[in-house]
Design a protein. Structure first.
Length: 291
């Protein structure tokens, strides 16, 4: 029988890839959007688009309704609408979970971050892990998905390379295996049908941050100019920033500086190659800049 899945965070980079992969796998996808104009984003693969604010508990019972699964990829990344991680990454997901429990949904799946359980001191991952704790204690089948950095995160490095310089933490030799949104979506769809509870994963290739930076310059045909930031000074900055700046400033910054300074490797899956994505994105960015 066809299963209905409520997909929250459907408009995001990962959410859109998830919507397509779920629809291709035979799920009936009900996509949650928060603005009328976003219905067009999900139209290619959603059987139904429903509009509600996940931050408002009272708006969610009808939205969840008879869904068999709720899958949430809701979280603050670069959104700048003043909301806190606690209000979105924790509370909005908790509202969805409460609605799922009220409506008798059997399965709740949530996209957290690779290694987040070891970074509870950072505001972004603290809010996510607080929700993971609630989800794991709830009387519902739970699946926690933990992707490594998604390809679109590296647009920021390309943008830096375009301006002529990339800044890295330490020697830039921390290792990671980023994953494309499409490969991450495929891994998540497979996990939904398996008895997995906590699913860490990364892409097929291991890189250092320095290798990614060098690739950005090579693709853009620009001279390599990498500056390195002292690891100890960065660690002190990461500790101080929350006292000196609002969360909208320090939240993403402390997360990215921390990630650049430590290895982040998940079980490998997928096939998409980061260099291909960087080349395609650089070509698109050049066209956008020329327009
Ligand atoms: N990017 C990565 O490398 C990475 C790696 C591991 C885990 N993750 C996690 O995976 C999830 C998806 O990541 P992504 O890269 O696809 O992020 P994204 O493109 O920014 O998508 C985030 C989604 O959350 C929604 N959202 C944000 N603030 C909201 C609010 N106040 N109320 C309701 N919805 C809100 C967004 O809706 P709008 O489109 O309306 O803004 C969007 O659908 C996030 O939780 C992220 O932390 C990301």
């Amino acid at each position: 029988m066809t299963q209905t899945i409520l997909l929250a965070g459907a408009t995001g980079h990962l959410g859109q890839a998830l919507g397509q992969a779920l629809s291709d796998a035979g799920y009936r996808v009900r996509a949650l959007v928060r603005r009328e104009a976003q219905r067009a984003i999900v139209a290619p693969w959603a059987a139904q688009a429903v509009m509600a604010q996940a931050t408002e508990r009272g708006q969610l019972d009808d939205v969840v309704g008879d869904a068999d699964i709720v899958l949430s990829a809701i979280g603050i990344t670069l959104q700048n609408d003043g909301a806190t991680y606690d209000a979105v990454d924790y509370a909005a997901n908790r509202n969805l979970l409460d609605a799922a429990l009220t409506e008798g949904v059997g399965h709740f799946a949530y996209v957290a971050s690779l290694g987040g359980e070891r970074m509870r001191d950072l505001p972004m991952t603290a809010a996510k892990e607080k929700f993971v704790d609630v989800l794991n204690a709830a009387p519902i089948r739970a699946t926690v998905l933990r992707p490594n950095a998604l390809f679109h995160d590296f647009e920021a490095l390309l943008a830096q390379a375009m301006t002529g310089r990339i800044a890295l933490v330490g020697d830039g030799l921390a290792r990671l295996n980023p994953i494309s949104e499409r490969d991450a979506a495929a891994r998540i769809v497979a996990a939904l049908a398996a008895p997995e509870r906590d699913v860490p994963f990364g892409g097929p290739e291991e890189w250092t941050w320095r290798e990614i930076a060098e690739t950005c310059f090579r693709i853009l045909n620009k001279p390599e100019n990498i500056v390195t930031l002292d690891r100890e000074k960065i660690a002190a900055t990461v500790e101080m920033l929350p006292q000196l700046t609002p969360e909208t400033v320090h939240g993403a910054l402390t997360f990215h500086l921390t990630m650049m300074g430590q290895d982040s490797l998940g079980p490998r899956c997928g096939a998409d190659r980061l260099a291909d994505w960087l080349a395609a994105r650089a070509a698109a960015m050049k066209l956008e800049a020329a327009a």
